[in-house]
Ligand binder design. Structure first.
Ligand SMILES: O=C(O)c1ccccc1NCC(=O)[C@H](O)[C@H](O)COP(=O)(O)O
Length: 260
């Protein structure tokens, strides 16, 4: 069982419990459920930097990254830095995140927010919308083709952009469909936790041009971005490199300033 299998096994139990506590009608009755979303896809298309900055307290690969900074300070710092959007990890057990983090980030900033979660059920998309998300992540490694189709179609009906994440050619081939907006290639091998930009480079030519391409994980310097851009990537998801510092917003500002 790799880490993703463990996370998904726990996620099924978590979602079942949440469904029994918070009914869909309660999610649909929230003020944020009616909010008009902002498209991260369009923001990335019109950006010359393309940074999606992540809030990530800890992770299976790195244990504790940063438990000190507040999500509001991180969000305002990222927005001030000129990030195109912010990714908010909402998984509690493995990443120390929560839906409250998403809500607090939403209250602090206007930029597009991605709910970074292991989505297996439409209920989590309703939660995302009710807590202020603009974008959802779907991970091909833990979904069938039919599940990707029905979840992405449902997400679009809620006004959410869809970022589909793949790790290899097989996942990419079975996942490409019109209900996706962005295709993310994750450079982290979930069996070994090793990161390699070669994953993004080798899969890039298989991604049709109509999707915004996002490279995820293990990006820690300008050189990485300069290497990836010629492969068609216009979005770069960066977590640890900013979050491991005392001032993630300041680190993002320094990084983005150099990219301009
Ligand atoms: O980060 C992990 O250890 C991890 C382990 C298992 C599943 C997912 C994981 N990370 C989620 C992400 O995709 C990253 O947080 C994101 O791409 C940012 O990566 P990084 O810049 O390397 O923090």
């Amino acid at each position: 069982m790799n880490i993703l299998d463990k996370i998904i096994a726990d996620k099924h139990k978590e979602v079942a419990l949440k469904k029994s506590i918070v009914p869909v009608s309660q999610l649909e009755a929230t003020v944020l459920f009616e909010r008009e979303t902002i498209s991260l896809t369009n923001t990335l298309r019109n950006s010359n930097t393309g940074i999606i900055a992540e809030h990530k307290r800890r992770s299976p690969s790195k244990a504790v990254i940063n438990q000190k900074v507040s999500v509001q300070d991180v969000a305002t710092g990222y927005e001030k830095a000129g990030a195109c959007g912010m990714s908010v990890l909402t998984d509690g057990k493995y990443f120390g995140g929560s839906l409250d983090d998403l809500l607090l980030a939403r209250a602090a900033v206007e930029m597009p927010l991605l709910r970074k979660e292991f989505i297996i059920d439409e209920y989590q998309l309703l939660e995302a919308k009710a807590h202020g998300a603009d974008v959802c992540l779907l991970i091909a490694a833990c979904l069938t083709k039919d599940e990707i189709k029905s979840l992405s179609t449902f997400a679009k009906s809620l006004g959410l952009d869809v970022l589909l994440e793949v790790h290899n050619e097989e996942e990419l081939h079975r996942s490409i469909m019109p209900s996706l907006d962005m295709l993310g290639v994750n450079n982290r091998n979930l069996k070994t936790f090793e990161v390699s930009l070669e994953t993004s480079k080798s899969l890039s030519e298989l991604i049709p041009d109509n999707f915004v391409k996002v490279s995820e994980s293990g990006i820690s310097n300008m050189e990485a971005i300069k290497e990836l851009r010629p492969y068609g990537y216009s979005g770069f998801l960066i977590g640890e490199n900013f979050m491991k510092t005392d001032d993630p917003g300041g680190s993002a500002m320094e990084f983005i300033r150099k990219l301009k």
